[in-house]
Design a protein around this ligand. Structure first.
Ligand code: SF4
Length: 251
């Protein structure tokens, strides 16, 4: 019998038994385990924003986007209220996504530079984009409890991608903190003490079962705060993504 979607253990129970990435994505979109985030994502969906008048907001958890046999995984923070929470696809419909997909397109991993809505034709090649928190949080700030409640979805996604994924880029310190325990849960050895986030960091994580290593890269988040101020330039982003793509065997 399906477990109640508003219970805190819904993510752990559903993610652990999902047999494929599409099935995991489908279950994820029903999750209501974080009351504050459910209320916020739905309130934003009801109220909208004048610039998006007429949009039927997604207002649900946003699953990862990209092939289920990706060699490279890009992990952000959480969907934006009027970006992914509006369009229903990761990094789609906001400035952060414009920067990310332009960089992926520039190195041949995305079919186009723009990402405006779910049916805009964008295809990713060998790369998948996801987040440690799948619902839009107020002020882009999930609580540590919400991060931990959502972690099984990412751990499950990593488990299912494990046969093919060889490199992972984490965008920002929040994602870095969230992804390390998920990587350990999915079967890679995370050093102790845990490595600190840094832009340009590269760490090799051996598999606990003798399987292929995972190359972990750190990159500043593609937030407007970072890209407008020049803290993260397109060249810096392209450099990290290129190195990660190379480590994943995509270039
Ligand atoms: Fe579920 Fe994650 Fe959304 Fe919380 S943030 S309701 S765990 S999908």
């Amino acid at each position: 019998m399906p477990h109640a979607a508003d219970q805190p253990d819904f993510p752990a129970r559903e993610a652990a038994r999902a047999p494929t990435v599409p099935r995991l994505d489908a279950r994820l979109t029903h999750c209501r385990a974080c009351p504050r985030l459910v209320a916020w994502r739905e309130q934003v969906g009801r109220e909208g924003r004048r610039a998006y008048a007429g949009w039927d907001y997604w207002a649900r958890p946003v699953p990862g986007f990209g092939p289920e046999d990706a060699a490279l995984l890009v992990v952000g923070l959480a969907p934006a209220a009027h970006g992914g929470n509006r369009t229903g696809r990761m990094f789609t419909g906001d400035r952060s996504g414009d920067v990310l997909y332009a960089a992926l397109h520039g190195i041949g991993l995305a079919s186009q530079a723009g990402a405006t809505h779910r049916d805009d034709g964008l295809r990713l090649h060998g790369v998948r984009v996801t987040a440690p928190v799948h619902c839009a949080p107020p002020a882009n700030k999930p609580t540590p409890g919400e991060r931990d409640t959502c972690r099984p979805w990412l751990a499950g996604e990593l488990r299912l991608l494990r046969p093919t994924v060889r490199a992972l880029v984490v965008l920002g310190a929040f994602g870095w903190q969230a992804v390390l325990p998920a990587l350990a849960a999915a079967g890679w050895t995370v050093p102790r003490p845990r490595p600190a986030f840094a832009h340009g960091a590269r760490i090799t994580l051996p598999a606990t079962d003798g399987g292929p290593d995972l190359e972990l890269f750190g990159c500043y988040h593609v937030s407007q705060r970072n890209t407008f101020t020049g803290r993260l330039t397109p060249a810096m982003l392209t450099d990290v993504l290129s190195r990660a793509a190379g480590a994943a065997g995509l270039r």
